[in-house]
Ligand binder design. Structure first.
Ligand code: NZQ
Ligand code: ZN
Length: 385
């Protein structure tokens, strides 16, 4: 196992009917800015519950944080907070609202151009406002980690930053808040969490037995609950399992002490930045092809994945690896997610432009061994077309 530190200070408050806990989780004297996305938080009644729980405090609201949250929008929240002297943030929504809140939390006290937070990948963050979250979409794990992905529309960038200063103070995980999700977002959430687990599991063995078994258990849970989660929105037990799996998929636990890949995410981010494809869909396009191109580098873990996750034990090694990659693709397709670039109307000629974006963002040595060069990314994208 590799040397590691594990740190996660986020309090999780889990279960149906837990939103009223905000009344004690948010300090009584706080001057609060509630962040939300488009119409969903208002329409579903979650905002009304939040307002009721925060009664007695000075509360302002900032809506309109879009999927793949933009710097251009978030910087307006920063101005509002500075102007009105607000000191506590509450994100109500999915990964986009939570990520946006993390950026705002770090940008308010930042001296200089806040975009430097992104360019330094978070290294320049030295302070952040405290914040909590009410999660409405199980997918990203942002509710219990210290990372955020922010886009800048004018330059076509989609960049990641992380800092231990932007762990949420608390996150309310109420599975009942997910019943209003459209099937497309449920499918996205399942696929995104699946790939988060794979990025931390399917690398090379370091005898991290607990991490491997946790990862396999989370993957199997997703495979098991996916059909029910999609078919029966108000099955709260299933939604609870989905929610907790998605959180555990990216709260640092299964990745501690083991190699991590993340090439699928980095290539996927470029697809979202260029074509606006949903995050999880970009991952479903890239991952099967990446596994195929990287089959030698990942050979031992692919064999283990085939056996332990998909129960594939027949045939020779190459056959089992092939079958595991096919099962992965079929899993995404079964969620209703297309897995080829061509399915999204993207021309083969676009691959050069995607590679140019990867190069511009310094994504030229990706993967657990930093061996995914632009040439390897080219093979992955061609295989994904
Ligand atoms: O904007 P509203 O109207 O609220 O609608 C949202 C949005 O359109 C809707 N929605 C959310 N909760 C709902 C709901 N609709 C009905 N009922 C509810 N309860 O869902 C749509 C998508 O929301 P979004 O927050 O964009 O989705 P998700 O949670 O998948 O987040 C995606 C973002 O997270 C980043 C992605 O890159 C992307 O920008 N990621 C963040 C990570 C992290 N911080 O650790 C890791 C991930 O790999 C990912 O990159
Ligand atoms: Zn993701």
């Amino acid at each position: 196992m590799q040397t590691f530190q594990f740190y996660n200070p986020t309090r999780i408050v889990f279960g149906p009917g837990t939103v009223p806990h905000l009344s004690t989780l948010v300090p009584a004297e706080a001057r609060v800015l509630v962040h939300f996305g488009g119409a969903s938080a208002e329409k579903t009644g979650t905002l009304a519950e939040v307002r009721a729980a925060l009664a007695g405090r000075h509360v302002e609201e900032f809506g309109g944080i879009e999927p793949n949250p933009s710097y251009e929008t978030l910087i307006r929240a920063v101005e509002l907070i500075r102007r009105d002297g607000l000191d506590f943030l509450l994100a109500v929504g999915g990964g986009s609202v939570i990520d946006g809140t993390k950026f705002v939390a770090a940008a308010v006290p930042y001296v200089g151009d806040p975009w430097e937070i992104m360019l330094s990948r978070g290294a320049k963050v030295s302070a952040a406002l405290p914040f909590g979250t009410v999660l409405t979409l199980p997918a990203t794990g942002s509710e219990m980690n210290d990372g955020a992905v922010i886009s800048r529309r004018e330059s076509g960038d989609k960049l990641v930053f992380s800092s231990p200063l932007v762990f949420p103070r608390f996150s309310i995980l109420d599975p009942a808040k997910t019943v209003t999700l459209p099937p497309r977002q449920v499918a996205n959430g399942i696929a995104d969490s699946f790939v988060h687990i794979v990025e931390q599991y399917l690398t090379y063995p370091v005898d991290g037995r607990v991490q491997d078994r946790f990862a396999e258990g989370l993957l199997q849970t997703l495979i098991e609950i996916a059909p029910q989660a999609l078919a029966v929105p108000d099955d709260l037990d299933t939604r609870a399992n989905l929610m907790w799996t998605a959180t555990l998929a990216l709260n640092g636990l299964i990745g501690a002490g083991v190699p991590q890949d993340w090439a699928t995410h980095m290539i996927g981010h470029e697809l979202t930045a260029r074509f606006g494809i949903d995050h999880a869909r970009t991952l479903s396009i890239v991952l099967p092809s990446l596994l195929s191109v990287q089959r030698e580098a990942k050979r031992e873990k692919l064999l283990r994945y085939a056996e332990r996750v998909w129960h594939l034990t027949e045939g020779d090694e190459d056959h089992r690896i092939e079958a595991a990659i096919a099962a992965t693709r079929a899993f995404f397709e079964g969620l209703g997610i297309k897995t080829r670039l061509s399915d999204y109307g993207i021309e083969r000629g676009e691959i050069e432009a995607i590679l140019a974006q990867l190069k511009a963002h310094g994504m030229t040595k990706l993967g657990e061994r930093r061996a995914i060069t632009l040439e390897v990314s080219r093979a992955i994208l061609e295989g994904a077309w």
